[in-house]
Design a binder for this molecule. Sequence first.
Ligand SMILES: Cc1cc2nc3c(=O)[nH]c(=O)nc-3n(C[C@H](O)[C@H](O)[C@H](O)COP(=O)(O)O)c2cc1C
Length: 320
Amino acid sequence: MKLPELRIGDLVAPIPIVQGGMAIRISTGTLAGSVAAAGGIGTIGASGLAFEELRSEIQKAREIAKSGIVAVNIMYAAREFLGLVQTAIREKIDLIVTGAGFSRDIFKIGQESKVPIMAIVSSARLARTAKSCGAVGVIVEGKEAGGHLGTDRSIWDILPEVRKAVGEDFPVIAAGGITDGKQIAQMLKLGANGVQIATRFVLTPECNAAPAYKEMYQKATKDDVVLISSPVGMPGRALKTPFVEKILNKTAPPPVGCDFCLKRCSLEYCIIQALINSQMGDLENGVVFSGENVWKIKDRRIRPAAEIVKELAKEAEEAM
Ligand SMILES: Cc1cc2nc3c(=O)[nH]c(=O)nc-3n(C[C@H](O)[C@H](O)[C@H](O)COP(=O)(O)O)c2cc1C
């Protein structure tokens, strides 16, 4: 059976797969543009980027994607949240996704500038709030997701509750732990209009992480995936690097030269520097975020993003 297209407001993606935003500089314009060109929605992880850098990444994605749908993901917890939102709007981004919280104001800005805003939520209550504030849809993330987590509950349990809470006609995208097309088909049957996948797209040439980062994904076993406490005030899912071991042992060094880039930070260690380090290949001093099911990915070779989108869609169609 043919996969349904994904409709969010006036946007229509032929393939109902959203590549999840990955900060810092893990999903940039090249990956987002390639997924968008393949028929899905590509997302630039905008948190931690300078405004000029975000502008140039959006332009890069546009050149690759032409008419495909390009989104940015911006963490509400970042002090520069509003500036990044305004930069993305000026660059005529197709869609803005707010991660790690949202404010009511952001939806007003979206409505005024005619840029649709989606919120990442982890409960039916927050999904309802986002809808009433003016979100064009929600991305529901379960505990299986990578990065900062808003819940310890599975996406398989939360998704039906969210669908019931927001009604039939509101776009709902399911995220967390999806590694193959069969799971995509199951999510669609459970009421999702599409899925968001991030971890799977790290193993592509278009992903901007250093080779050592991708190698860690390729070798990861179930025991390497752990939960850490992030200074942002949320748990985070990551792979066990030497720095992550220090976080777990409470011996990670405090920030040096802090510029207070987060609205709220415990200052236990610098999560931003740790993410920058890992993206550049310094795993000794880095945090490598990853979804819970990285070790379940069947083919962990580095393959083009378009090939992965096509394969996932084909598997999903066969399973429907
Ligand atoms: C390396 C990495 C970085 C991430 N960074 C962000 C981020 O900056 N903002 C956000 O809202 N979600 C972030 N996420 C979550 C993803 O966008 C996505 O929703 C989630 O990981 C989906 O689960 P999966 O990775 O198992 O497919 C990140 C995930 C990973 C793996």
